[in-house]
Design a protein around this ligand. Structure first.
Ligand code: NAI
Length: 331
């Protein structure tokens, strides 16, 4: 039986994790979940939000499904998410954004894969205060990180029958840093003659995304643009309750929803488990369990096509009721 680390998180994390585990179990796929607690609730007992045992579990199992974890404000702890990405070198942030049946959005036919570089750019954390009125932040772009993220985007495109990869930069202004990212894209692109290539500036991309998003396929971006554009794309398909994600490296992969721990609705049976479920479906495809991934995906889409929604999407169902509907649609 496949063993997978499950970080059930805090806030709404445990509720949506329970829902997703129930649905996967009901699909007939047996998984040996290695459940690991992390976040605010473990600080009191273990002193840190991300104990070493969680990293050890992921290193052993190589794959993790992660529910959201609260980042304690002003207590001196690093974000669990940043720490996980750094410690496991999860260099690619993958955010598939696709319309879902009957989920009301401004556009139909959105089917965009956002591939965000996860390790450098302005997130390298190199900042200094020059004097009281001036601060600077260094943008780091390396050939190694840029080439590997572009290669990841093209390999993803090939594996998933996508037609085009579009690189997003501001290379007209940041000629050296974004210029290097663009140069790396062109070098890597030459090895994939079967995939169309496109280059766009990030400001133009944003305008095009809110006017005609259906024209885009796979996007590859440096860290900061990727962070912003992936949230824009999440908004195009219905928002946080349905936005899935994954952090992938050479050796490990952590699948997680985009949203946070939603403390405002914790324990109220209101949370939408869809984003975590879609992340789990992507995880099952990644580990070669496509049969079950498609089965669960179809049950979820059938539930939506019956206009059965949780409250965040305008429906009336509780987390438990929505979960039961999906299970009954597994067939
Ligand atoms: P949030 O995403 O937790 O919540 C924003 C709003 O969306 C809230 O009104 C919430 O109720 C709603 N919402 C979010 N997910 C939902 C779901 N599945 N179903 C229904 N409604 C949902 O963002 P917020 O409040 O800024 O952050 C709360 C905590 O989560 C913070 O400590 C933050 O650091 C952490 N966080 C953790 C992330 C992770 O573990 N990957 C990602 C983002 C934030």
């Amino acid at each position: 039986m496949k063993q997978i680390t499950l970080i059930n998180g805090d806030g709404i994390g445990p509720e949506i994790s329970e829902a997703v585990v129930k649905i996967i179990d009901a699909s007939g796929l047996k998984i040996d979940w290695d459940v690991q607690t992390a976040g605010e609730d473990v600080i009191e007992k273990e002193g840190v939000p991300l104990p070493e045992r969680v990293l050890e579990s992921i290193k052993k199992n190589r794959i993790a499904l992660k529910a959201p974890v609260t980042t304690p404000i002003g207590k001196g702890f690093r974000s669990v998410n940043v720490q996980l990405r750094k410690s496991l070198d999860l260099y690619a942030n993958l955010r598939p954004c696709k319309n879902l049946p009957n989920v009301k959005t401004k556009f139909d036919n959105v089917d965009i894969i956002v591939v965000r570089e996860n390790t450098e750019d302005l997130y390298a954390g190199i900042e200094r205060k020059i004097d009281d009125d001036t601060a600077e932040s260094i943008k780091v772009i390396t050939r190694k990180a840029s080439e590997r993220i572009c290669k990841f985007a093209f390999d993803y495109a090939v594996r998933n029958n996508r037609k085009e990869v579009c690189v997003v930069t501001k290379a007209n202004i940041m000629k050296l840093s974004d210029g290097l990212f663009l140069e790396c894209f062109r070098n890597i692109a030459s090895g994939y003659p079967q995939i169309n290539k496109r280059e766009i500036l990030v400001d133009n991309l944003c305008m095009q995304l809110v006017q005609n998003p259906a024209q885009f396929d796979v996007l590859v971006l440096p860290n900061l643009y990727g962070d912003i554009v992936s949230d824009l794309c999440a908004g195009l398909i219905g928002g946080l309750g349905v936005a899935q994600g994954a952090n992938i490296g050479e050796n490990y992969a952590v699948f997680e929803p985009v949203h946070g721990s939603a403390p405002d609705i914790k324990g109220q049976n209101k949370a939408n488990p869809t984003a975590l479920l879609l992340s789990a479906i992507e995880m099952l495809k990644y580990i070669g369990e496509s049969f079950y991934a498609v089965k669960i995906e179809q049950a979820l889409f059938k539930t939506f096509s019956q206009y059965k929604f949780t409250r965040d999407l305008g429906g009336v169902l509780t987390t438990d009721e929505f979960t039961k509907e999906i299970i009954s649609n597994l067939g």
